[in-house]
Design a protein around this ligand. Structure first.
Ligand code: OGA
Ligand code: MN
Length: 299
């Protein structure tokens, strides 16, 4: 069978895809159809895809090279053996719920801020693919915001003002916002927290569209005083995450949601993570290049 698509919002942001089993090797035309659908919708939802970690990685590799998970790079302790699998769960290495004061739990709460995955890497992520294995009974949605529509809705003066702006992204900035100090990552990880530079407005050659490249990881705008930069980014995020730009996904087990980090932001929503299991696994496709020449950003 071939890919069928239907829009999930009135604006045409986010699509539901069906008619294809992603756990088996795909034909080249199917991969191309999914890439085209990603360009159109920014977010694609597939139901009933019974992935193992191996088949999820194999499917993901159709779209490019896999990144190592940031968590796997920062922490020695890992539940999932493969470096390419990001563990988006509330479980520890023995499969038990993480307690309230667990450091990994607290860091993972940063996913509840609007962000774009791995925007703190010099070459930031292209697609993310999140597979739901176990979902809680209540809560734990993931919300997605359309950064192309958010850009289009800006007035022309603002578009002109931001056209050439360069921002600095670090995983430490997002965690700092929820009270996790940079020092708590340990001396050995400080180099990975160094800010990288990204364009605030991205242009996509495939579609000819522009998008706002926003993320909770942004801590500075090059050449701007810090408080003014942070306030401006806050205002832009508030604009870009109005409900009219958002699709909220309520998970069922074995859903696979794919999103384009270059044209969308997302955030996790609250659930009872001390009492219910949520086991999600993410693979992430490395982007195709820098958005701006990298220089050593000021720490
Ligand atoms: C992610 C992420 C949100 C969620 O996997 O990158 O931000 O709802 N997840 O778990
Ligand atoms: Mn994320």
């Amino acid at each position: 069978m071939s890919l069928s698509l239907r829009a999930l919002t009135n604006s045409g942001f986010a699509g539901e895809a069906s008619g294809i089993d992603l756990t088996r090797p795909l034909a080249r035309e199917d991969v191309r159809a999914i890439d085209d659908a990603m360009d159109q919708y920014g977010v694609l939802v597939f139901h009933d895809q019974r992935f193992t970690d191996e088949t999820q990685m194999a499917f993901s590799r159709n779209f490019g090279e896999l990144e190592f998970s940031n968590g796997a790079e920062l922490y020695k302790e890992r539940r999932l053996p493969q470096m390419e699998m990001a563990d988006i769960s509330n479980l520890d290495t023995s499969g038990k719920l993480r307690p309230a004061d667990d450091h990994m739990r607290l860091t993972a709460l940063g996913n509840r801020l609007w962000h774009s995955d791995a925007s703190f890497r010099a070459i930031p992520a292209k697609y993310s693919l999140l597979s739901a294995r176990i979902v809680p009974g209540v809560g734990g949605n993931t919300e997605f915001a359309d950064m192309r529509a958010a850009y289009d809705a800006l007035d022309d003066d603002l578009k002109a003002e931001i056209a050439e702006l360069i921002t600095e992204h670090s995983n430490a900035h997002s965690r700092e916002q929820i009270g996790i100090p940079k020092a708590s990552y340990g001396e050995e990880n400080q180099i990975k927290l160094r800010p990288v530079r990204q364009r605030l407005v991205r242009h996509d050659a495939r579609t000819g569209r522009k998008s706002l490249y926003l993320s909770a990881h942004i801590g500075a705008i090059v050449g701007w005083p810090a408080p003014e930069a942070r306030m401006f980014i806050r205002d832009l995020i508030e604009h870009a995450t109005q409900r009219k730009f958002v699709y909220a996904h309520a998970w069922k087990p074995w859903d696979l949601v794919m999103w384009d980090n270059r044209t969308t932001m997302h955030r996790a929503r609250r659930y009872n993570d001390l009492g219910e299991v949520r086991d999600m696994r993410r693979t992430t496709i490395r982007g195709e290049g820098v958005t701006v020449e990298q220089v050593q950003a000021a720490a």
